[in-house]
Ligand binder design. Structure first.
Ligand SMILES: [Zn+2]
Length: 339
């Protein structure tokens, strides 16, 4: 495997944060630390976790990637934290993943048939256009397509193209779950904006990785789910693909798939340690946490009023970074004093 261990990494470059002191509720000076733009977990399932836990543990915003529309739009409308951006339902082929999974919440799956031939479409929107329009009507900012060839039927290229075209027509991004042989290639060639898991089924060739990076595709890491499930080869494959994707200029996002099995709330030190193993440097680690995707910038996540604050001095080496960042908490900027 062509990836470096954390011990082989150079010591971290300066972090893109600002030294700050937290003011406590009674006005007394609190701990010194570092203030960052709001941290975002780019892959969660808020219906399956305690939605109030994230901000207590350093995550100011979440991207929900699969939920029932009424429930998730209600969670997104709550005040104030975490800020929620969501994809809405899992869009999948009839009988496709995750239609048979025990954890699937009622109403969170949308099975889409192949598009109608043009001569049968007439003036009516087809089921694909209707489904995507419904996600948009509930406030989704992206759609989630499920391409798991190991667990049932998947969209063919024509159907995937129709879903992506419908999303584009509503100004929505497209995030793909790619699992099974050829599925990452299908998602990359069709132009999906993001892969919701760093590809873990098979080694992608450099040409394909480079194409994904050049197209601006984002990969959401989610390494720790493999580690916790004891899936060493999936973890190794995901880290190896990500190391080469990153080297090709690819954009890697922090995301945990919170709600999938037993994961810690908030900033996950195990996830960050695996990202270091994939070759990300200290500043890149913070950039992956603070990346505003799928929104335009940090202000869209409340970054003009909120910060993620990490108490204590930054560690002297990369090994100490995951544990230090896991101590993060979300605070109003007005509670911080900058030196
Ligand atoms: Zn997920």
């Amino acid at each position: 495997m062509s990836v470096r261990t954390a011990e082989e990494l150079p010591s971290p470059e300066p972090l893109p944060g600002r030294p700050a002191r937290l003011r406590l509720a009674d006005g007394a000076p609190g701990p010194e630390g570092t203030a960052f733009p709001p941290f975002v977990d780019h892959h969660v399932h808020l219906q399956m976790v305690d939605p109030d836990a994230a901000p207590r543990a350093g995550i100011a915003g979440v991207v929900d990637l699969g939920a029932e529309l009424t429930a998730i739009s209600a969670l997104a409308g709550r005040e104030p934290l975490p800020r929620v951006v969501f994809a809405g339902q899992f869009l999948t082929a009839p009988g496709g993943y995750p239609s048979d999974r025990w954890w699937l919440r009622p109403g969170s799956l949308r099975e889409l048939p192949a598009p109608l031939p043009a001569h049968e479409r007439r003036a009516l929107p087809d089921p694909i256009e209707t489904a995507v329009a419904e996600q948009a009507a509930f406030g989704a900012r992206l759609v989630k397509v499920m391409l798991n060839a190991d667990a049932g039927p998947v969209f063919d290229r024509e159907t995937l193209d129709a879903v992506i075209a419908a999303a584009r027509a509503h100004g929505l991004l497209v995030a793909a779950h790619a699992e099974g042989e050829g599925m990452a290639r299908l998602a990359i060639e069709a132009g999906a904006d993001a892969l919701v898991h760093a590809p873990f089924t098979e080694r992608l060739d450099d040409e394909l990785l480079t194409r994904a990076a050049a197209a601006g595709q984002c990969w959401i890491a989610t390494f720790d789910i493999h580690a916790r499930a004891g899936e060493a080869s999936a973890l190794e494959t995901a880290i190896d693909n990500t190391a080469r994707f990153r080297a090709a200029g690819g954009r890697v996002l922090y995301g945990t798939d919170l709600g999938n099995g037993e994961l810690p709330d908030g900033v996950n030190a195990g996830e960050l340690a695996a990202m270091l193993a994939a070759g990300l440097g200290a500043a890149e680690l913070v950039a992956a946490l603070a990346d505003p995707w799928p929104l335009a910038d940090a202000a869209d996540w409340g970054g003009d009023a909120l910060a993620t604050f990490v108490p204590g001095p930054p560690p002297g080496d990369a090994d100490g970074l995951p544990g230090w960042l896991a101590g993060a908490r979300v605070v109003p900027i007005e509670n911080l004093e900058f030196g």
